[in-house]
Write a protein that binds this ligand. Structure first.
Ligand code: IPD
Ligand code: CA
Ligand code: CA
Ligand code: CA
Length: 269
């Protein structure tokens, strides 16, 4: 995508994200209308749907040739990554939104012919926007995020993942995951994939590992993390497919090989 066009799109997307975030903040104490989807812990609210509808309308009015890939049903059915695609998670971390009224984000990645061009992750309640355009660096609000530290030894790293990795699971033997927990300096779990990508880009955690994420959970994060020198693969080290669900391991490259080879691939079921 041509740089000038990308920058215009970036400014527009940013304006809409900030606008949608301000609406959510204004309504944060309104009574919630909560539904469940695939299971009783898979929550969705009218705020998720209204926020996605807001973006879909804006995009379809302003850019009728663009496509939308999104969580709550206002997008298109896509079978290729051709064209300009807005990959949208209106609220990432809905459980946090419902239970905590914080620690959730709006996440938008804009891809052109399969290449991630723009990433926006907005921590709504903290009013912090992580953003990037391909080749232009990553930013936390208006401040550029430095490249990742190339010298983080695994035993001084912090990893983000949820506790299901330590229960019996279908991907990696629990014993290897327990050994990983004991090897690193610390582990965290935040409940918003988008924010966990942003924190990895910021270098406040050194990697984020997850069993199954949809394209809208990762699209923006992958653009942002690329800009600071981070790397993203599936949990067994393969390339990510933006049209399906994937396991995900995104991290500082200096811990990538050791975690992949000595723990994730070694312990693979
Ligand atoms: C979820 C969050 C969560 C992750 C789930 C996602 P949602 O997204 O990112 O941290 O563990 O796999 O589905 O449903 O809150 O947008
Ligand atoms: Ca959801
Ligand atoms: Ca999500
Ligand atoms: Ca969501």
């Amino acid at each position: 995508m041509e740089a000038k066009l990308r920058d215009e799109l970036f400014q527009q997307a940013k304006e809409w994200v900030l606008q949608a975030g301000a609406t959510i903040r204004r309504k944060i104490d309104d009574p919630l209308n909560i539904d469940t989807k695939s299971n009783p812990n898979d929550l969705v609210t009218t705020m998720d749907k209204d926020t996605e509808a807001f973006f879909a309308k804006k995009i379809r009015d302003a850019y009728p040739s663009h496509l939308i890939l999104s969580e709550e049903g206002f997008g298109d059915d896509l079978s290729t990554m051709d064209g300009t695609i807005w990959i949208i998670d209106p609220i990432d971390g809905t459980m946090n939104f419902v239970h905590q009224k914080r620690n959730f984000a709006i996440s938008i990645g804009i891809y052109h012919d399969g290449i991630g061009e723009i990433g926006l992750i907005y921590n709504v309640m903290d009013d912090v926007l992580y953003s990037a355009q391909r080749t232009q660096g990553a930013f936390k609000n208006e401040v550029e995020i430095p490249k990742l530290d190339p010298n983080v030894p695994l035993h001084e790293s912090i990893l983000s993942f949820n506790h299901f990795w330590l229960c019996e699971n279908r991907l990696v033997h629990e014993k290897e995951m327990q050994r990983l927990v004991k090897t690193v300096r610390g582990t965290r779990t935040y409940g918003s994939a988008a924010l966990e990508f942003a924190y990895t880009a910021e270098g406040i955690v050194d990697g984020y590992l997850t069993m199954s994420l949809a394209p809208w959970d990762i699209a923006a994060g992958m653009v942002i993390i690329n800009e600071v020198g981070g790397v993203t693969t599936t949990a067994d080290g393969n390339p990510v497919n933006m049209l399906t669900k994937n396991s995900i391991f995104t991290c500082n490259p200096c811990v990538q090989q050791e975690i992949l080879e000595d723990f994730l691939i070694k312990g693979k079921k």
